[in-house]
Design a binder for this molecule. Structure first.
Ligand SMILES: Nc1ncnc2c1ncn2[C@@H]1O[C@H](COP(=O)(O)OP(=O)(O)O)[C@@H](O)[C@H]1O
Ligand SMILES: [Mg+2]
Length: 249
């Protein structure tokens, strides 16, 4: 006897919610490796040592949004505005122009200020995001914020509160994280469990020469390369070379 299986009709809302919007990173050849870009409203952690390219990665991501007419926030604890704008001008990226156009917002906060902001549920950033319809957010870097908290439990709580706030804001976020070039070093924070995606940037020495490589450690809802790929910082910013795989660790 044939079993009759009652098939539920797919709900309209369910169909709609499976459609994922991809947000282009603006990093050459990276988007094609991750299904078209970062998932809209997701949180990506870009981790690497000093000089590994985190700030350039983050600014390139924001620039892509600005070119598309989006509004973006760059929140930093450590990068001075003039120096940052000067460095980015080296790539031909004019953030001052977007700032004057009121599409780009450079915010320098102390970790204490961000702590207070989280406690009050968003404060001034909240207003800016809704008023300017901000779609991309960078925090460069979350490490200094994290270091405010002494013990692991309060760090974890603070990390969760920060992620909750970013989720409430509904921006696609890139958070940079200072980490030595070893995966294990990342695992002492709770951020990596909460982040939707983790991209590791390596800057290592091989035969007397410094090289750069990028690894997608995880990316929720995305089939991605498991290879560690070489990249360069060129006149036009970061360019990934998907065909050049790092063979030794
Ligand atoms: N115009 C450029 N062309 C090539 N490489 C550059 C250029 N500007 C910066 N770099 C490289 O990028 C590094 C800084 O990258 P950055 O994103 O600031 O690192 P991080 O934020 O991870 O400390 C520099 O040390 C230099 O090696
Ligand atoms: Mg930096």
């Amino acid at each position: 006897m044939k079993k009759r299986v009652k098939q539920a009709k797919p709900k309209k809302s369910a169909t709609r919610s499976t459609k994922v919007t991809r947000i282009k990173t603006g990093i050459d050849h990276l988007d094609t490796l991750i299904g078209g870009g970062l998932i809209e409203k997701s949180i990506t952690l870009v981790a690497g040592g000093a000089g590994s390219g985190k700030t350039i990665f983050a600014m390139q991501f924001l620039l892509e949004g600005l070119k598309l007419g989006e509004s973006c926030i760059y929140l930093t604890f450590e990068e001075k505005k003039e120096k940052l704008y000067g460095d980015m001008a080296g790539f031909g990226w004019n953030f001052e122009k977007y700032e004057n156009d009121k599409h780009f917002f450079y915010l320098e906060h102390s970790p204490e200020q961000v702590k207070a902001l989280i406690e009050e549920g968003g404060g001034t950033i909240d207003q800016l995001i809704s008023k300017k319809k901000v779609t991309r957010l960078v925090i460069d870097s979350v490490t200094s914020f994290y270091l405010l908290y002494q013990d692991e439990l309060s760090r974890k709580e603070a990390g969760l509160a920060l992620f909750e706030l970013i989720n409430k804001w509904g921006c696609t976020a890139v958070l940079t994280s200072q980490a030595a070039a070893r995966k294990d070093d990342l695992l002492n924070t709770s951020l990596e469990f909460e982040a939707d995606s983790i991209i590791l940037l390596y800057h290592f020495r091989a035969r007397g020469e410094r090289k750069r490589a990028l690894e997608i450690l995880k990316m929720r809802g995305t089939s991605h390369s498991n290879k560690t790929m070489m990249f360069n910082i060129t006149k036009a910013g970061i360019v990934v070379h998907p065909g050049q795989i790092l063979k030794s660790s």
